[in-house]
Write a protein that binds this ligand. Structure first.
Ligand SMILES: Cc1cc2nc3c(=O)[nH]c(=O)nc-3n(C[C@H](O)[C@H](O)[C@H](O)COP(=O)(O)OP(=O)(O)OC[C@H]3O[C@@H](n4cnc5c(N)ncnc54)[C@H](O)[C@@H]3O)c2cc1C
Ligand code: SF4
Length: 541
């Protein structure tokens, strides 16, 4: 055999560079499902089902095309359980002259495959991932000499280079950024006419996977069942294209305006639900951005505002490329960054959604049920709580990587460590995303349905978010006071009388103690097992 082409579970793209010179007469594709990828963090059932189903659909496509394929299923009795062990087995069986692959997304995976290649003295050719607009090398050049990195400069550079939403050398509409127009709440009446999400009824392949997940990974978080409500994610390129089309037609017009808004029992709102398809490479970032730009430029009825399309493109051309650049320029040390010295364990209710705090209960229950929460729920509800509470960033990272269908480390880690937990010392974001319950009250109706009061930091119905917010500012007062963007918040903190501060600190301590002793319902065994694992992992580190 000439080449063994390695195709990973998040590389399901027939146009990927790995396939460029693929010759079916002398090359073979290698794909393997391994337990390690679902167990190195405690992956949710939704996430495992999505990866396995999408891989099996890609496998079937290759078989249809008569591409020679070495595919090892997770329930194959000889399956060695890890990518490295399976690749070792394949090299021994197939004796390839060379291993070829498109650059993997994760540092951990890259290192383990490189190690196998080196151990067996087989050359490994790694090719650029053309899915993206930029390369890690280009980002490193952009970052060279800058003390702080900022998305705004990076997204402008990419818009000019790729001529996206440009009018000659100027940005279309005369301004680069429309964030100010893109931060509305739904007001008192709540959202109207939310288009139903495009979901798919599981086919036989997906049903088989769901049965396997519920059997083999039954203690893993969340739930999955074989209906469009129980698992409706796109698992093929064709389905992903339908989700894209549906988004452009029905949700893009209001995407920007309500990008940050939240509402009880409304998980989908006007978001794209495309991250999992992008991250599995069922869709390319370029085709999604070009499709959104074309929908705006070619519209007949002026329904899509420039602010909406700029806001959407900024997420993919901007944030997504930006976090990838951060990941590849900062790994492996980024994984252990903890600039604020946060050491608390992750509250166990993150695995059950069993909490009286409505904002957290809403974000967590839909996360466990659907494998989905939108950006502001991740950043300004679950992430905010962990930041204010002082959860160890490593544990926060492991949770985010476990629970979302779109969770892949290269996107998740910078969003968690840099943006949400301010653990990288300000490399990625110019200030911590710290806010009190009042922010959540403004952007949602959660507080109207909560027993706590977001304006109160102490007392019987004090909002834990608000208590922890003031406590966070107090605990980090000295370092935050040096940040010009935190001046207002620190000034307000310093207006509190000493006895008020003391009462807040006591309330925060009480809250933490209560959280740590909470009885876990509804699934105590599962949670105890996880809490135990996390503690063991922490000790091992
Ligand atoms: C703590 C934390 C962890 C996150 N973990 C992940 C993750 O593992 N995988 C992931 O894809 N996104 C992650 N995000 C980013 C973002 O929340 C999700 O991409 C988004 O919620 C997915 O839903 P959507 O497809 O409906 O996105 P939309 O809100 O409709 O946005 C459109 C697309 O833009 C991209 N995008 C939006 N925001 C970001 C961002 N901050 N970084 C990178 N891409 C972005 C996504 O590809 C998304 O599909 C995380 C954010 C936070 C705060
Ligand atoms: S009152 Fe506090 S805990 Fe309750 S929903 Fe609002 S922010 Fe969340």
């Amino acid at each position: 055999m000439r080449h063994l082409l390695l195709v990973l579970g998040d590389q399901l793209d027939r146009e990927a560079s790995g396939f460029d010179d693929f010759d079916p007469r002398q090359d073979v594709v290698w794909m393997t499902e391994v337990a390690e990828e679902s167990e190195h963090v405690w992956s949710s059932k939704q996430r495992i089902a999505l990866f396995l189903s999408a891989m099996r659909h890609f496998r079937d496509r290759l078989i249809k095309e008569k591409i020679p394929l070495h595919y090892i299923a997770i329930d194959d009795p000889d399956n060695a359980g890890s990518l490295a062990a399976e690749l070792t087995r394949a090299i021994a069986q197939l004796h390839p002259q060379k291993l070829v692959m498109t650059a993997p997304g994760d540092w951990r995976v890259l290192k383990s495959l490189q190690q196998v290649a080196q151990d067996h003295q087989v050359p490994l050719e790694i090719r650029e991932d053309r899915h993206f607009f930029s390369t890690p090398r280009e980002f490193a050049e952009h970052a060279r000499g800058r003390k702080q990195l900022r998305l705004e400069y990076w997204v402008r550079e990419l818009r000019v280079r790729h001529n996206i939403l440009m009018d000659g050398k100027a940005p279309l509409g005369g301004q680069w950024n429309f964030d100010q127009e893109n931060r509305e709440s739904f007001g008192k009446e709540g959202p109207k006419d939310i288009p139903p999400p495009k979901r798919f009824t599981p086919d036989d392949t997906t049903k088989e996977v769901i049965e396997l997940v519920n059997r083999r990974f039954k203690t893993h978080p969340g739930q999955v069942s074989a209906t469009a409500e129980g698992f409706g994610w796109p698992v093929t390129r064709e389905e992903a294209l339908l989700v894209l089309e549906d988004f452009l037609k029905h949700r893009l017009p209001l995407f920007g305006r309500y990008q940050d808004a939240m509402w009880t029992h409304q998980p989908w709102l006007f978001h794209a639900h495309l991250a999992s398809s992008l991250n599995l490479k069922l869709l390319s970032a370029k085709e999604v951005v070009h499709a959104a730009e074309a929908a705006f430029l070619n519209q007949a009825a002026d329904e899509i505002p420039l602010a909406a399309v700029e806001g959407f493109i900024r997420q993919i051309l901007g944030w997504r490329e930006y976090v990838r650049g951060i990941y590849w320029t900062q790994m492996p040390g980024y994984l252990d960054r903890n600039a604020l010295g946060a050491q608390e364990p992750l509250p166990a209710f993150f695995w059950t959604a069993n909490t009286e705090m409505t904002c957290l209960r809403e974000a967590l229950s839909q996360t466990l049920e659907l494998g989905y929460a939108h950006h502001i729920q991740r950043l300004m509800v679950t992430g905010l709580y962990c930041l204010l509470y002082g959860v160890s960033p490593r544990q926060v990272h492991e949770w985010y990587l476990s629970v979302y269908v779109d969770a892949v480390e290269w996107v998740e880690l910078p969003n968690t460590i840099g943006m949400s937990q301010a653990a990288d010392g300000g490399l990625m974001a110019s200030k911590p995303y710290a806010a009190s319950g009042q922010y959540i009250r403004r952007m949602s109706n959660y507080c109207q349905n909560c027993r706590f009061d977001p304006s109160k930091s102490v007392g019987e119905n004090a909002c834990p978010m608000t208590t922890l917010y003031w406590d966070f500012l107090s605990r980090h007062e000295e370092s935050l006071a040096k940040n010009p963007r935190m001046v207002m918040q620190i000034r307000n903190l310093r207006r509190l009388a000493p006895d008020q501060r003391k009462a807040i600190q006591d309330a925060a301590r009480n809250h933490r103690e209560t959280v740590k002793t909470l009885k876990i319902e509804p699934n105590p065994d599962q949670i105890t097992a996880k809490v135990r694992t996390t503690t063991t992992q922490r000790r091992a580190r």
